[in-house]
Design a protein around this ligand. Structure first.
Ligand SMILES: [Zn+2]
Length: 212
């Protein structure tokens, strides 16, 4: 009768044991390394459009999550075309409204916005908000720089807050400008204005109805 043997049978393929090299590679991948001599991924700072706090994200990323409120942050550029039914845009990238687009109740939060179509709504741009066509905006506007191009007439129902404003065309409505409001030749402003500084070029029109 053969003797009873108690040695465990070990088969490397099913035991979970990894070859030495592979195990070291995986440990290295999941370990924190404070080696600053390694090349760093280029990063950029973004301001979360939900909580307003700054997060550092890889420059090349098309989306990320806010480190503070964990909101999903879209970084892609968005184009709104004629026939579009999209009414809400949230991105850290730029938004372009194509010529021929007609939309009301549009809600946009973005970096730069280029308006070539007749859109109305609420626009919040950390960068430049550029109106190239005439339109009437029912919602509020905030922008780093508000620009009304030559030939465009923009009417603000609620009003706008901007760091600075350049008017080559006409702007009508309440405006709060933290810096310079510059009315260029052929441009015009009419409304209730609170600006740190106002500059009106010859050939420009500035008609302040009353103070805040
Ligand atoms: Zn956030």
């Amino acid at each position: 009768m053969p003797g009873f043997r108690t040695e465990p049978l070990i088969v490397s393929a099913v035991s979970g044991l990894l070859p030495e090299g592979e195990r070291e590679r995986r440990v290295a991948l999941t370990s924190f390394q404070a080696d600053t001599s390694r090349a760093q991924v280029p990063k950029r700072e973004v301001v979360c459009y939900e909580c307003g706090q700054v997060s550092e994200v890889p420059s090349a990323a098309l989306s990320a999550n806010c480190l503070h409120c964990h909101a999903h942050l879209n970084m892609a550029n968005v184009e709104i075309r004629p026939g579009s039914r999209r009414l809400t845009v949230r991105t850290l990238g730029d938004v372009t409204v194509a010529a021929g687009t007609v939309l009301s109740n549009l809600s946009v939060v973005c970096r730069n916005m280029e308006v070539n179509g007749r859109v109305s709504g609420t626009f919040r741009c950390t960068g430049r908000l550029n109106f190239n066509v005439s339109t009437r905006v029912e919602g509020s506007i905030s922008a780093g720089k508000l620009v009304v191009d030559k030939g465009a007439e923009v009417e603000l129902v609620v009003g706008a807050v901007a760091e600075e404003a350049d008017l080559y065309g006409q702007l009508k409505g309440r405006l709060q400008c933290k810096g310079l409001l510059h009315v260029y030749r052929g441009g015009g402003y009419e409304g209730i204005c609170k600006a740190a500084d106002v500059m009106v070029d010859p050939g420009g029109r500035y008609d302040e109805q009353s103070r805040f």
